[in-house]
Design a protein. Structure first.
Length: 766
């Protein structure tokens, strides 16, 4: 099992060793063999149908000069030497240090024979010219090797180490080909295996890294064959490309020159794939830590990848040569391995969002300013030169001053515009609170139903402010419950803004910051507070609608339950009783003539059954509506019931002498049956609670009408406990009041407890 788990690590080490060994072999070859002091300038179009263009690394008056096209060496054409690269067993010269070789070159369009003295390979001159890419490769290898040693079982660390080894191998590009490499053949193939084979591996491993970091994408886990195909397919396409372009080439040298566009195209494709995979992985990973790590990769891609694509690969593909030097490219991509290492080992080192923000703003600003300056100087300078308005020096000075002035004037407005654009991309519309509030209003107006209002609100807030999670939680007696949410809850704490109605918090607006290390700015907090005020109204209306719907359902349920209870009582109690009475009457009819005494006994039993049926019917009627309300009216019915409760006090409580006082307004208008029943039930239940639990001496009940009907019950008892939960009785009283659109409030008084109920009275009641 352990051997199997180490197999990927061993494979990576083998491939990395092969790649670096090829580069080491190339350098060793140049140390051991003589050099003509010139190279085929990397990145330049040096291949011609009849020869190659060389650039001396060290100028020699009698030797090769920059721009010379070498068409023959030692009496043999370069085309023959190029063809010999693909032939086995060809005799090749064994040149020595200090030997003089005849080069035939085209200089100023004329062929010339030049005596070239062979010497040591000019490593110092190359290092001075191309130190940037070499420094980048060496530092990348050291950084990635350190990460690999710290995380040897991490798949991303292994791929990263292979990526660094590939770019270290590809540094042979900076040394360049020599004419001697084409003559001996070995140098040419070592150069191609490293500058294309390893260089393409550099981009493939970068794309592979983007697919698996910080964790593999699901489709990679399910289709493991994709990774081998991703590594092998580019090389297969390259072979097909070479085979397709061979018939149309003018010569072998021309064919070798046409290899480079294909290599550049495949490398550019690898870079574009890497960028796309980073974006894909970021969108697929909603975990905050994963996104924090990916942002470091995004920073590296922005600085290194996009810069290399814009200033090196794309110009080489379309213009024939890059617009920056190899040293500039090496320094440009140096942040890449550093950012990746931080992403794997210390992703919380800095606030990466701020770093990305500033890098985007000032990187884009620098590019635009530089392009604007070059455009003005180039176009305007050429135009003024054509008009012959002065000397070249004066025109160039004038154009430079004009370009500088324009850049200085446009710098601040351009920076502000870029800052707003980047902020909108990263933080949404936080800098435009009016737009966010307007969008919220539009969402509320466009909401088709109550069910879609809150989900559309949290979605709009999350998208407008680029938040990973937004939710609305309603508060109930049993705690909080999420009624609408957008996004994925994050592992780090979210902030909660209370939604308040009538000085009471009934819900919370829950918002997760964009990352664990990022907090909301004061401006964002003010915007969120303003949004919460708008959300309060919508959330309260939704809650009222839900409560109304629930009340309707409860009313329907209560009605059906009441009907079922009445049916059960009639079926189980009254029905059998009446049926038995019918049988008793039949028996009496038969016994009247034969046994009058027995008939008389049955009549007495029938009388008792009839009285029981009457009592049962009265009980059913009382459960529907207390008869005292119809017989005595509300006030008198309450007085009678309070007297009964006062008399039952000794049996229900250890305290005696409870005095229940009813204060009722005179001439209370006629009330609907529903209001009367509710007031009666609430008042009786409240006084019953006082009798049983309050240990009070006095209980005062006040009933009056002032626009609405108000019932107030207070006592001088023990009062409510510090922490109490509403029981069945209190909930029943509250539900009776709210069913009729009223309010119910129970609170501690200066002594005892006070209960206040307000019920609306319609015009029909009055």
């Amino acid at each position: 099992m352990e051997k199997t788990s180490n197999r990927p690590t061993v494979f990576v080490l083998i491939v990395a060793a092969i790649a670096v060994s090829l580069a080491a072999a190339f350098l060793t070859l140049h140390v051991l063999t003589p050099s003509d002091g010139a190279r085929l300038q990397p990145g330049d179009p040096v291949w011609r149908a009849d020869g190659v263009i060389v650039t001396p690394l060290v100028e020699q008056p009698d030797g090769l000069q920059s721009g010379d096209r070498v068409i023959a060496v030692a009496g043999r054409s370069m085309e023959d030497w190029a063809q010999a690269l693909f032939q086995m067993g060809v005799s090749r010269p064994n040149w020595q240090f200090g030997q003089t070789i005849i080069y035939t070159v085209l200089r100023d369009g004329q062929p010339q024979d030049i005596q070239v003295a062979l010497g040591r390979y000019p490593f110092g001159a190359i290092l001075r010219k191309d130190y940037g890419t070499i420094l980048f490769a060496l530092l990348s290898e050291l950084i990635c090797a350190f990460v690999f040693l710290r995380r040897p079982k991490d798949q991303a660390a292994r791929v990263l180490f292979l990526w660094a080894s590939a770019i270290l191998s590809a540094t042979t590009w900076s040394f360049g080909l020599q004419v001697n490499d084409l003559v001996n053949g070995i140098g040419f193939w070592l150069y191609k295996f490293t500058t294309f084979g390893a260089y393409l591996l550099f981009y493939i491993t970068g794309a592979h890294f983007a697919l698996i970091f910080p964790k593999p994408l699901p489709f990679i886990e399910k289709r493991r064959w994709i990774v081998p195909v991703m590594y092998l397919l580019p090389y297969g396409l390259y072979i097909v490309y070479l085979w397709v372009i061979r018939p149309g080439s003018l010569s072998t040298l021309d064919w070798l020159g046409r290899w480079i566009p294909g290599e550049t195209f495949l490398s550019s494709g690898g870079l574009l794939m890497m960028i796309c995979f980073v974006i894909w992985n970021y969108r697929a990973n909603t975990d905050a830590i994963a996104r924090q790590k990916i942002r470091w990769v995004v920073l590296a891609v922005m600085i290194s990848g996009v810069g290399g694509l814009l200033f090196w690969l794309m110009p080489a593909l379309f213009l024939g040569r890059p617009i920056i030097s190899a040293n500039a490219l090496g320094l440009l991509v140096l942040p890449f391995p550093i950012s990746i290492a931080i992403a794997i080992l210390r992703y919380q080192l800095f606030d990466i969002n701020i770093v990305i923000n500033r890098a985007l703003v000032y990187g884009t600003l620098t590019t635009i300013i530089a392009a604007l300056y070059v455009l003005i100087v180039g176009v305007l300078g050429n135009y003024l030169h054509r008009l012959h308005l002065g000397s070249h020096e004066s025109i160039d000075l004038l154009v430079s001053l004009m370009a500088t002035a324009l850049v200085a004037v446009s710098f601040q407005p351009l920076r502000e515009w870029l800052q707003r654009w980047v902020n909108h991309w990263m933080y949404g519309e936080r800098d435009d609170p009016y737009s966010v509030l307007a969008r919220l209003g539009q969402k509320l107006e466009a909401a088709g139903s109550v069910e879609t209002i809150l989900p559309s609100i949290v979605e709009m807030i999350a998208q407008a402010l680029k938040l990973p999670y937004v939710a609305i939680e309603f508060k109930d007696e049993d705690g909080s419950r999420v009624v609408a949410a957008y996004g994925t809850p994050q592992p780090y704490p979210a902030i909660k803004i209370p939604l308040i109605h009538q000085n009471a918090s009934f819900a919370d607006l829950v918002l997760a910051p964009r990352s664990q290390t990022e907090s909301f700015t004061p401006a964002e907090e003010r915007l969120l507070t303003d949004l919460a005020r708008e959300v309060e109204v919508a959330a309260h209306n939704v809650r009222l609608t839900a409560d109304l719907q629930r009340s309707r359902q409860e009313l329907v349920t209560s009605r059906e339950e009441e009907r079922r209870r009445i049916r059960r009582d009639l079926h189980d109690e009254i029905g059998p009783l009446l049926a038995s009475q019918s049988l008793t009457l039949d028996a009496i009819e038969k016994l009247i003539a034969q046994d009058p005494a027995a008939a008389t006994s049955l009549v007495r039993d029938l009388k008792g059954q009839t009285q029981g049926a009457v009592q049962e019917i009265r009980r059913i009627i009382y459960d529907l509506r207390p008869p005292a309300l119809d017989d005595l009216g509300l006030v008198e019915a309450l007085k009678e019931r309070f007297v009964q409760l006062g008399q039952s006090r000794p049996a229900l409580s250890k305290v005696e002498g409870l005095k229940v006082e009813l204060e009722a307004q005179e001439n209370i208008p006629s009330l609907s049956a529903a209001v009367e029943t509710a007031v009666y039930r609430i008042a009786v239940e409240a006084v019953t609670n006082v009798v049983r639990h309050a240990n009070a001496n006095d209980c005062h009940v006040c009933l009056r009408v002032d626009g609405n009907l108000q019932l107030e019950i207070s006592d001088d008892g023990a009062g409510l406990p510090p922490k109490y939960r509403a029981g069945v009785g209190l909930r029943a009283m509250q539900e009776r009041a709210e069913e009729l659109g009223g309010t119910f409030r129970i609170e501690r008084a200066s002594k005892g407890t006070r209960l206040v109920v307000t019920l609306p009275i319609s015009a029909e009641d009055e």
